[in-house]
Design a protein around this ligand. Structure first.
Ligand SMILES: Nc1ncnc2c1ncn2[C@@H]1O[C@H](COP(=O)(O)OP(=O)(O)OP(=O)(O)O)[C@@H](O)[C@H]1O
Ligand SMILES: [Mg+2]
Length: 346
């Protein structure tokens, strides 16, 4: 299997996918896309007390574990890795850590370093994302991936956790269906929450303190670290604005956890599953959950600019003038309130 993937240009894909019957390269790097079709359906029925129980569709399950993933028809049941639910989750995907069993063993049993026993957390080799949304057609799936590729074009490799996206044939309780999943680079760090109540003066020192190890002479000073974060963030913001102007697309910057700041001052977008078209007119676009994601992402961009770069944003800039004017913001607030009301009643 790994050889087959290697032949179509994928080197670092963990030994997870079960086997390719039809391996068709749909698009070239970066953001390789493969369509995997599987012949052998997994058993999707379990028998309890003489009755046949249909398991719930994987996309509807609130959470999943290693056993659930390896029972999927498109996943090897004998994968050499351990899949563990990541401690942070969103609404649109299952986010699973791909772990080396030996790392997990050290996490559980500890390791002696300089006479002290440490229990280092196993670092994921990659993340396995299973997209929950229903894709009606192959074209829908390809459009979704096309959007990821747009974002990658502007942000890779420095500002995005790159992902190998796969469209797989899933054998679920209701029959065969397409699922989008991805093997994504793992980003270690702290999340940047654009909506934090901290302002620039408090946010940067707070972030610095979460990274600074108790004893490590070579860790940069606060000023050096803050400067690195600001330089990287300025480049990130610039790329996002360029993407908006040139392609009319924006990733979801509004969700807490979508952006991660790394120990060396890097900034990476990890949430690649909610990329939308931005309307340059008075329309307030809503995502499939009813959230005004474009407008809120522009607002988040302005907040990141203000709080990370530590300077007021230029409200005369075309993007901010258009999206952040008071009338539009009032209309967005109304839509957002509706969204939260709907979420609360779900
Ligand atoms: N590659 C990654 N490396 C590190 N953390 C990640 C990675 N992918 C996701 N995460 C974390 O997992 C959480 C959920 O991820 P994400 O926001 O992408 O979820 P989602 O369900 O696809 O989207 P949404 O938030 O729109 O519902 C986030 O807090 C994010 O920080
Ligand atoms: Mg998210």
């Amino acid at each position: 299997m790994d050889d087959a993937l290697r032949r179509i240009g994928i080197r670092r894909l963990p030994g997870i996918i079960r086997h390719i019957i039809v391996g068709k390269r749909i698009a070239a790097k970066p953001g390789i896309v493969i369509r995997l079709a599987f012949q052998a359906p997994a058993s999707v029925e379990s028998v309890t007390h003489g009755k046949v129980n249909m398991p719930e569709d994987i996309r509807n399950r609130p959470s999943i574990n290693h056993t659930d993933v390896t029972a999927l028809n498109f996943v090897r049941s004998s994968t050499p890795y351990v899949l563990r639910r990541h401690f942070r989750q969103g609404l649109r995907s299952h986010i699973m850590e791909i772990l080396n069993p030996s790392d997990l063993e050290i996490e559980r049993s500890g390791t002696m370093i300089d006479g002290i026993k440490w229990f280092p957390k196993a670092v994921p080799r990659r993340m396995f994302r299973i997209f929950r949304s229903r894709l009606k057609t192959l074209d829908n799936a390809l459009t979704e991936i096309g959007r990821v590729k747009i974002v990658e074009r502007y942000l890779a490799p420095d500002f995005i956790a790159t992902s190998t996206e796969c469209i797989v044939d899933y054998r679920g309780p209701e029959g065969w269906d397409l699922i989008l999943c991805g093997f994504q680079e793992y980003v270690e760090g702290e999340i940047i929450d654009p909506w934090t109540i901290l302002d620039a003066a408090d946010l940067m020192p707070a972030l610095y303190n979460t990274f600074r190890p108790a004893k490590k002479a070579i860790f940069p000073s606060k000023d050096e670290w803050v400067q690195a974060v600001r330089q990287n963030s300025a480049r990130f913001i610039c790329r996002i604005k360029k993407m908006i102007t040139e392609t009319g697309h924006i990733p979801d910057l509004a969700g807490a956890g979508n952006l991660i700041i790394t120990g060396n001052g890097g900034v990476k977008l990890v949430d690649i599953n909610n990329i939308s078209r931005i309307a340059f007119d008075s329309t307030i676009n809503l995502d499939e959950k009813g959230y005004p994601v474009c407008d809120k992402s522009v607002e988040a961009l302005a907040l990141i600019e203000k709080k990370i770069l530590g300077r007021p944003v230029d409200m005369d800039e075309e993007i901010y003038k258009r999206f952040l004017n008071p009338d539009r913001r009032d209309a967005v607030k109304t839509k957002e309130a509706l969204f939260w009301k709907m979420m609360a009643s779900d």
